[in-house]
Design a protein around this ligand. Sequence first.
Ligand code: SF4
Length: 339
Amino acid sequence: MMGNTPQGGIENIVADTALSIQDLTVRFHLKRGILTAVDHISFDIARGETFGLVGESGSGKTVTARAIMRLLPTPPAEIASGRVVLDDQSVYDLSSEELRAIRGRKIAMVFQEPMSALNPVFTVGAQMTDVLRTNLKMSRAEARERAVELLQLVGIPSAGSRLGSYVHEFSGGMRQRVMLAMALSCNPGFLIADEPTTALDVTIQATILELIDSMIHRLGMSLLFITHNLGVVAHSCDRIGVMYASHLVETGTTRAIFANPQHPYTVGLLESIPRLADQKRYLTPIPGTVCNMLEPPQGCKFHPRCPHAMDVCREQAPPLREVAPGHLAACHLHAMATV
Ligand code: SF4
């Protein structure tokens, strides 16, 4: 299991690290001002590990994923600090050609909305075989055979005949399966899944989550799973990182985060998950809303919503500290506990 570096720190990469995010800061230069969407975050994901990045909308999760893939438009986005290392390669030092070579083959991404990632004017078969022929230099016949295998792998019935279908001819769940098949087509070692079930009916969500889980384990991949729902990562991720208002505020094993959350925001997220076994308990929402990221509060960005806020919280941003082996939290309460 990998450790995390405190925010702002850069450490040597341990041998079995698949992906290392080091001191990453992403800003957007907007007409209304400068918005810091990701603020000095660092975490590592080991080979074969599944890591869930959790937080409310606007916390910086998707920007982090897109920064890893170098999919952010620059401008208005700017990588203001840090680096992303994938399999010992610094992603931001790659040429456009080198970047194209690792996308799909080393790292692939499944998006929240398949329609934004799949081309509506080409058949699914044309899109899949194009990827296979370009990246793996397969012949037309080999690419077609592999595309059928991939669609079968993700559970598309009558895969051979569905190659001639367009994206709009698939249901939402089937589109997400197609996108997963495309993401897996070049055998990447690392998959990023960005809210892959949010746009789906609840009944389909569990099926897609199980499918991603089984693919990851079957193919021995590493996974960065992005979601606003802590409950979703409970069974599928080895470790969790919690983001709030552009900061990584807590990270640790899934077991530790659920059994002993150390940041008041994580506690709030956990209390807002419905539990079947406790039907009498009312859900406790986190009061207030995420701060305006163009004018964030001083100090700890969670202080306007935190039931434990103290004077120091309004003045100083708490650093990420280790509160137990492999378990880090950014909260002044822990500094007080250790003095
Ligand atoms: Fe709450 Fe202060 Fe901890 Fe922020 S630093 S989470 S305001 S106690």
